[in-house]
Design a protein around this ligand. Sequence first.
Ligand code: FER
Length: 278
Amino acid sequence: MKKITSLLLPIFVIIFSFGVHAQVEQAPAGFDVLQNSIAHGKIDTVVYTSKTVGTERTTLVYTPPGYSAEKSYPVLYLLHGIGGDEFEWLNGGHPEIILDNLYAEGKVEPMIVVLPNGRAMKDDRAEGNIMAPDKVQAFATFEKDLLNDLIPFIENKYPVIADREHRAIGGLSMGGGQSLNFGLGNLDVFAWVGGFSSAPNTKQPAELVPNPEEAKKQLNLLFISCGDKDGLISFSKRTHDYMSENDIPHYYYVIPDGQHDFNVWKDSLYNYAQLLFK
Ligand code: FER
């Protein structure tokens, strides 16, 4: 992985890598505003069979502007939080608007974005007591659904490049913890890993990365972001601290005045998406 040193400044973080620097900075005004004059991607609703859960499960799939089945694409799996489902990103963050705007500026590699339901249980709705132990457990069970059911389904249905270098995982809160746990825990599957405002489901750093040398070799990108006013920031910070102690290159993007909300998650997606597959 490229050597990255980070400098945290009040407004933005600058990262240097081999002389080329990729800047992570607060998304500019208008980044999330629908523009009618540009090309738009498309959202599909698709259903896959989950052997893990024993049901048919729904996932959304964003294909980029100019999408063609004759081309082949990398894939980002983008995961929701404890109060959400496969529609949370779409309704709360409109990732399709953020990405369409980035494509119009040539700032992002063409990719397919999969928006799954990360609560892998028969009733996967965010209803009742969302903190109930079986519902929280279902976020961990999703690792099997993702690896054994969803990824093979997507790779069969869409024209994707099916290797670790072309698979990314990212998510918000519970989905951030899932992304760090599943991404760092399966470096043979994912080379690009991002956790936004990661929740207490995030494994302890030494459990996440028991072999720092191996992680250094395998990771193309590790992106950790959180709002500085988020009560869960300790989970991001302890992960960042461990990576720094073990010289594992990563981005640690702390968003000023950032709460546990979509302002932070949209800004994180804006930055994370631009770093992927480059
Ligand atoms: C918790 C606090 C927050 C927790 C999960 C969350 C499982 C998740 C928050 C989110 O996804 O927004 O104690 O325990």
